[in-house]
Design a binder for this molecule. Structure first.
Ligand code: KG4
Ligand code: ZN
Length: 357
């Protein structure tokens, strides 16, 4: 049996401190040997969002033992690790710096290569951790900080087809949750409350629904929910708002994904139709089933990461590190933290007011 590379992945871009050891089997399929995630939800919940300074401190407190635990749980010794991959961006610079510096120091001390990883690339390739996935494919990336449709040609080669012009989808879920008195991060709670509510009770806006290709907008929803939430009288009203919000999001994603299919097919003629949904919001089961229905209608094969690998984790970072290592894409120890780092650097910046379609 040939010796397969063993990669230590480190993630600290936002409010999760994570480390993982990943290798691959004889067929070249990634194998997760350990995957440790320490969430800071308790640290930030009283503030209703992530406080960068507190997040960085929590990363510093935990990173040593998280990495040690990932190594111990893998059953391997530090000396058996062939390379270290750390998230270098995008994210909060004070948080990124913790995992990046730790990874560089580890690589330097062990005299092994260091590899920088784009956090979004981790999400983009995360379905490879449990499915065979060939390039190219259409990706919908829905997380707390990003919402994009991308045509993924191969590792490192992305074409953005659409993006949010204001809030990210996870942010829209969290803001709606906050208005309903739910602690951060409220996305998963909205999904639960929605089950008990009437999805047709409130008509919420669907910004740029019939224009803008597969670009998206969610800011108008927050304003509408704010108005309605002033008249909440009982728990059932909250369930109905959650259900109406969830249903509106499903409608928007259904329509915009259909547009994204068209855009994708224009640039990927004669290739397999494969649709991947990744990022924290991809854990939402109702969104999954609505998009699965759309795929069935349009002959697309669909692939989702396992629910526990939708949110931030280091297995996806180690796995990107593994692919880069095999392609000899190694970085220097002077590689900088990149708070802004898009997958398609050529795509226009669309955020902000005054965007016209
Ligand atoms: O990918 P992720 O863990 O972190 C970022 O890179 O942003 O995504 C976190 C986001 C949060 O906004 C959270 O509320 C949302 O994903 N989220 C969900 C669900 N699970 C997590 N939103 C809706 N439904 C869910 N089940
Ligand atoms: Zn993420």
């Amino acid at each position: 049996m040939s010796k397969k590379p063993v990669i230590l992945g480190i993630e600290s871009s936002c409010d999760e401190t994570a480390a993982s050891i990943v290798t691959e089997n004889e067929q070249g399929i990634p194998v997760i040997l350990s995957n440790i995630v320490s969430s800071q939800v308790e640290v930030h919940k009283e503030f209703g969002g992530v406080v960068p300074e507190l997040a960085a401190r929590a990363h510093i407190d935990k990173i040593d033992w998280i990495v040690q635990k990932a190594i111990d749980d893998s059953g391997l010794k530090s000396e058996e690790i062939n390379a270290v991959a750390s998230t270098a961006g995008p994210g909060l610079i004070v948080c990124l710096s913790v995992g990046l510096s730790f990874g560089k120091s580890f690589a330097s001390a062990m005299n092994i290569p260091f590899i920088s990883v784009n956090h979004l690339e981790g999400h983009a390739l995360s379905p490879k951790l449990n499915s065979k996935l060939n390039y190219p494919y259409l990706l919908l990336l829905i997380s707390g900080g990003h919402t994009q449709y991308l045509s993924v040609k191969e590792i490192g080669v992305y074409k953005r087809l659409g993006t949010t012009i204001d809030d990210a989808l996870g942010e829209a879920f969290d803001k709606t949750a906050k208005l309903l008195g739910i602690e951060f991060p409220g996305g998963p709670q909205i999904e639960k409350l929605a089950i008990k509510g009437d999805p047709n009770k409130y008509q919420l806006p669907k910004p740029i629904f019939n224009k803008g290709g597969c670009n998206l907008s969610f800011a108008g929803l927050k304003t509408a929910v704010l108005k309605i939430s002033k008249n909440i009288k009982n728990e059932q009203d909250k369930y109905d708002i959650a259900a109406s919000f969830q249903k509106t999001i499903e409608d928007i994603l259904y329509k915009k994904t259909k547009n994204a299919f068209n855009e994708y097919e224009k640039i990927n003629k004669f290739t397999n139709k494969v649709f991947v949904v990744a990022g924290g919001v991809a854990a939402n089961k109702k969104i999954r089933s609505s998009l699965i229905g759309l795929c069935d209608e349009n002959n697309y094969k669909y692939i989702f990461p396992p629910i526990d690998l939708c949110g931030d984790n280091a297995a996806m970072i180690a796995m990107v590190g593994l692919e880069k290592y095999k392609k000899k894409k190694i970085d220097g120890l002077d590689y900088p933290a990149k708070p802004r780092w898009s997958l398609d650097e050529s795509a226009a910046f669309l955020k902000g007011s005054g965007i016209k379609y």
